[in-house]
Design a protein around this ligand. Sequence first.
Ligand SMILES: [Zn+2]
Length: 423
Amino acid sequence: MADLVRQSHLFGAPLREPPKDAEILSHRLLAQGGFIHQLAAGVFSLLPLGVRVHQCIEQIIREEMLALGAQEILLPSLQPKALWEETGRWTTIDPPLFTVKDRHDRLYALAPTHEEVITDLARTYLHSYKQLPVLVFQIHTKFRNEQRPTGGLLRTREFTMKDLYSFHESEEDLREAYERVKRAYGRIFQRCGLKAVPVSAASGSIGGTVSHEFVILADQGEDRVALCSSCGFGAKVEALEGKADRCPSCGHTLDVKNCIEGGHIFQLGHTYSDKMKAQITRADGKKSPLIMGCYGIGLGRLLANVVEASHDERGIVWPASIAPFQVHVLDVGDGAGNERVTKAAAGALALELADEGFSVLTDDRDDASPGEKFADADLIGIPWRVVISPKHLTNNTVGLKRRSEGEERAVPAKESLRDALAG
Ligand SMILES: [Zn+2]
């Protein structure tokens, strides 16, 4: 089916001014571009443009998870208090739980993470080493009771997360899977146009011994990472014990840089299976606790990270892999009464491109000036812009411009446009 949206009917139009409470750049551009809308502190609606990007990211993540051999599940957001008391995290998790009461006064947590629920399922369904290893994942809503949810999609109270859990017979098997997941994470960020580095991190209230954060280096980042240019060692500054100026591996001077967190993976070991008595029978007939790993990546945060990394002074520059549309068609009259002709030509071209399989947004607004259309196109950041103007119609050309490049060029309207877009 043709994927074509007319901007005159787009739900959530670009705004003339960014919202006043948008403190950071990705929040400002995404809100002004009509991708997101803030409902309350740290709570956002995704508008159609935002959903389209979000779905592209979801698709990439799902493909990489399935390629690992992971199976998709869907776990509840409402989680009984008794389950969280088994691990002691009902009162200790940081940030504290969002809790709700049902009509019978029973308490539930709104899931910030799913270790308790998945371990409960594991003790029900996993009994033998012969069933292992098993990897399961979901892409689902999480709730975090953040103290100060600022930063747009970088720190929210409700967001979509991909969480993967792995179950093993031994620590050795866990380490092998952990390395495979780490490589898959590298591919996820790369496919979304981001360069993320895995660095040693503190495990916090998730627990376990070994964990890595995938960080994106960014001057405006709130976190700090120490990197060794000599041996490649990297760690979050808060995870370094003692002095943070010398590499613990080789002794070289460490460079401390600002960064943004992109994802976090953990070797949980038997932390949860001990507390919740999730055991399997080994080959020698003895029982032992399940060995676990968990691996998280926030989708909205990833989306915001791409904007932080890929923009210019005029707006967002989406990588083609996660762009809301592939092509943005603009009809631009010259005010001399030929608007209907350019509009009809642009509408026909947009439909043709959509029929050929391109996803197309067409700016058919009557009440926007050419300047406004160009400005909004740059703000929204679709990879290819195709302009139909009276001059182009006379010359049987269209104006073609890549969002990531400076100049529009005139190309013959038919075949070469398709070649250019396909290439
Ligand atoms: Zn080093």
